[in-house]
Design a protein around this ligand. Structure first.
Ligand code: NAD
Length: 471
């Protein structure tokens, strides 16, 4: 028997939902059943799989209201929940359009005149997907959609902090006969996640570095691939020539979107000394205008801090900064309102690399600003991090911005904007340092990484005898 887990509502603080993780034995059986059904799914061919995914998309569209409602209760915010569903729909459309080009077998001649090479691919039978709470639908389907098109069966374990969206999603999957045998979402916490890693053929994990390392070690023991998408502490660099109005608006958006609960959030801002005053005054003025989405969902732009544990981390980082001399210009703490945890956009100066607010992932709408004097200094500061997910550079000169971007240890860098990686589907990128490991989850490799490459080496000229020992 598994113990039920009570789930907190991020707006009210009440525990108003329960999940019951599958007992280990049942989960193992379920994985074996999905793996057995995978061959039929693959045999449908790409056209059959595309047809099933498009049916899934249509069924989601027709039950959009229920899915939105569940996502809103899970996360306490409305606009981002609607965006997640739009993203899901456009992602299915895009992958269905691209898949045939990426999954084609080829045959061609080789450097040896009498041998042709037929190149084909074989999908991993069962893919496991483990996802976090900050974008529950998006992050549980971003790997799932391409894996299904590649011909894999998929079992998804979303975060136990935001599990309500799974019920409407599973109901929809139940209406698509070709999908229901090869795709499932399971409820559970870390224990269920760990069992899943033991029973799949490839694991896609999105979450913290700490758990990512555990997943990577378990996968290594089993010799299965693990694609890890982990935390970040993205820097934004604002050079003296930058358009301050543009930079403050972009950085504010990049920091407070989804209340800062995004791996690609701007969490450190480095501003050239001569424009520092002007920059932070403008940023504070803009940050002040944003309101909490309380008491109603549309009262403002800033939703609640979804995870209670994260609310405590944000407060810990703010307290540490203030104790070490930081100055807060607006916002400043995570406060309890109506049972939920809320944080106004917070701008802080007098910060340095000795503080947690600069060193550790905060995951809130917090904007610490540091001034710099030289390009060399700012590159060192930006790279002085455990993480290497993404970054942003603002400059009047594209060449100057690109020259700096090349020296930043991060997988994607927005020029004169912030957080573009979250919107870009074409850009292939590999995380630097502890922000992740494995093939890119966007661009073509997002699909091809689910296939093992296989080669047929075909002799084409029977008269040609290469066996030197026959001569
Ligand atoms: P987390 O690591 O605590 O949990 C992530 C998932 O792992 C959850 O589903 C959890 O139940 C599961 N899990 C816990 N222990 C496990 C174990 N031993 N084995 C297998 N699974 C286990 O992360 P979180 O707090 O849910 O998410 C926030 C983190 O995710 C942040 O660090 C954020 O930066 C990161 N994130 C990264 C990206 C990216 O694309 N790089 C995107 C979103 C979030």
């Amino acid at each position: 028997m598994s113990k039920p887990i009570e789930i907190r509502n991020p707006r009210t603080g009440k525990y108003d939902y329960v999940i019951i993780p599958p007992p280990e034995k049942l989960l193992v059986q379920q994985c074996n059943r999905l793996r057995r059904a995978q061959q039929n799914w693959f045999d449908l061919g790409l056209d059959g799989r595309i047809e099933a995914l498009l049916q899934w998309k249509d069924a989601i569209n027709s039950t959009r209201d229920k899915l939105t409602e569940a996502l809103v209760i899970d996360t306490g915010r409305l606009q981002e929940s609607k965006l997640e569903i739009d993203w899901f729909i456009s992602s299915i459309n895009r992958w269905c359009r691209l898949a045939s080009r990426l999954l084609q077998d080829t045959e061609k001649g080789t450097s040896i005149p009498f041998i042709n090479l037929q190149q084909t691919t074989v999908p991993y039978p069962l893919v496991g997907v483990i996802s976090p709470w900050n974008f529950p639908l998006l992050l549980s389907t971003i790997d799932t959609i391409p894996a299904l098109l590649a011909g894999c069966a998929v079992v998804v374990k979303p975060s136990e902090i935001t599990p309500r969206f799974m019920a409407p999603l599973m109901n929809v999957i139940g209406t698509v006969p070709k999908l229901r045998d090869i795709l499932t979402f399971i409820e559970g916490d870390g224990k269920t996640g760990a069992t899943l890693v033991e029973n799949v053929d490839l694991i896609c994990f999105t979450g913290s570095v700490e758990i990512g390392q555990q997943v990577a070690m378990a996968a290594a023991q089993r010799f299965i691939p693990a694609f890890l998408e982990l935390g970040g502490k993205d820097p934004a660099i604002v050079l003296e020539s930058a358009d301050i109005d543009l930079a403050t608006s972009a950085i504010l958006w990049g920091s407070v979107f989804n209340s800062g609960q995004s791996c690609h959030s701007i969490e450190r801002i480095y501003v050239a000394k001569d424009i520092f005053e002007d920059f932070y005054h403008k940023l504070v003025a803009k940050a002040y205008k944003l309101k909490l989405a309380y008491p109603t969902l549309d009262s403002g732009e800033i939703g609640p801090i979804i995870s209670e544990r994260q609310a405590a981390i944000i407060n810990e980082h703010l307290q540490d900064a203030v104790e070490k001399g930081a100055v807060i210009h607006c916002g400043g703490e995570v406060e309890e309102i109506g049972g939920g945890w809320w944080c106004h956009p917070t701008v802080i100066t007098e910060v340095n690399h000795e503080m947690k607010i600069i060193n550790e992932e905060t995951f809130g709408p917090i904007m610490p600003i540091v001034s710099f004097s030289t390009v060399k200094e700012v590159i060192e500061l930006a790279n002085d991090s455990f993480y290497g997910l993404s970054a942003a550079v603002f400059s009047e000169s594209r060449d100057e911005a690109l020259k700096i971007a090349r020296q930043i240890d991060a997988s994607a860098i927005s020029i004169n904007d912030a957080g573009l990686t979250a919107m870009m589907h074409e850009a292939e990128k590999n995380a630097f340092k502890f922000s992740g490991l494995g093939s890119s989850r966007i661009g073509a490799s997002a699909l091809t990484r689910f296939m093992r490459k296989k080669a047929f080496l075909i002799k084409t000229d029977d008269n040609y005898d290469p066996w030197w020992f026959n001569q």
